[in-house]
Design a protein around this ligand. Structure first.
Ligand SMILES: Nc1ncnc2c1ncn2[C@@H]1O[C@H](COP(=O)(O)OP(=O)(O)OP(=O)(O)O)[C@@H](O)[C@H]1O
Ligand SMILES: [Mg+2]
Length: 260
């Protein structure tokens, strides 16, 4: 991991996994139109972990849904070079009547049944839920449900994982554990991750870079390189110190708009 942290800036010179060129998004039309994203350009290197940070309503979820192809940009272009994208939402959105195992198998549709079963079981092991396949979502804790959602996202065999505040509702200790697991999976699979969070420390804990967006319209205002060795700890002085710098910049941005 230490190697990777040191090499992170070099990773960006490789072909980007995701490239946004002057991407704009307006919701609605004419006078009622709301400019949610304004000429956002960003390159995410292959294998890079990028965190997106910004005030509520600044367009973070919009950006992910455009990249995932759930919605269309009104300007600019998004380039994925044919890479497969999976998305993980804040709410795990599991089917309550299906077992954990079946919830993951659903994402593997199109493969033979036996293969689906074996793969889903393997993925549940990856997220440390090996013994829980037969449970139903309501029998699990919030953190465990998010791990099932992570297994389901991984089942899509993606190159790029888009995560929209996936751990926002969890307590700090559970979040720490999931950070460790996500970091391991990211490294082992060579994933490219775009991770949205409100939490500055979480962004610094996880990201190779932290991208700060402004509000209304959403624009990239600053990008912070996080050159701290991995694995990092959310409560380490190094993480706290960079997080303080980022928070100051975020505050400046929010007060400039005067609406928070
Ligand atoms: N489907 C939609 N129709 C109309 N307006 C929308 C739609 N989705 C988002 N918006 C508006 O676009 C802006 C950006 O919303 P978005 O959900 O991307 O923000 P966000 O940064 O993810 O906020 P949060 O941190 O609260 O999740 C907001 O002003 C929101 O009201
Ligand atoms: Mg959002």
């Amino acid at each position: 991991m230490t190697m990777r942290a040191q090499e992170a800036p070099a990773g960006r010179t490789a072909e980007p996994a995701v490239r946004l060129d002057a991407v704009s998004k307006t919701y609605g039309y004419g006078q009622d139109g709301l400019l949610a994203l304004d000429h956002v350009s960003l390159e995410v290197g292959t294998g890079e972990f990028v965190c997106l940070l910004g005030a509520s309503g600044c367009g973070k979820s919009t950006m992910l849904s455009l990249i995932a192809g759930l919605d269309r940009a009104t300007g600019g272009s998004i380039h994925l070079g044919g890479r497969r994208v999976a998305m993980m939402f804040q709410e795990p959105a599991l089917f309550p009547w299906l077992t954990v195992q079946r919830n993951v198998e659903l994402a593997l549709n199109g493969r033979p049944r036996a293969e689906r079963r074996a793969l889903a079981a393997e993925l549940l092991k990856t997220v440390h839920l090996g013994g829980f396949g037969a449970k139903r979502p309501h029998e699990l804790s919030g953190g465990m449900r998010q791990r099932v959602a992570l297994a389901r996202a991984l089942a899509q065999d993606c190159d790029v994982l888009l995560m929209d505040e996936p751990f926002g509702a969890l307590d700090a200790m559970t979040r720490d554990l999931l950070h460790d697991e996500l970091e391991r999976i990211w490294r082992d699979r060579g994933l490219t991750v775009l991770f949205v969070t409100h939490n500055v420390r979480e962004a610094v804990r996880l990201g190779d870079r932290v991208v700060l967006l402004s509000s209304r319209p959403g624009r990239v205002v600053e990008i912070f390189d996080v050159l701290l060795d991995r694995p990092r700890r959310t409560d380490s002085p190094e993480v706290a110190s960079l997080a303080a710098t980022v928070t100051d910049r975020l505050r400046e941005e929010v007060s400039r708009h005067g609406d928070h």
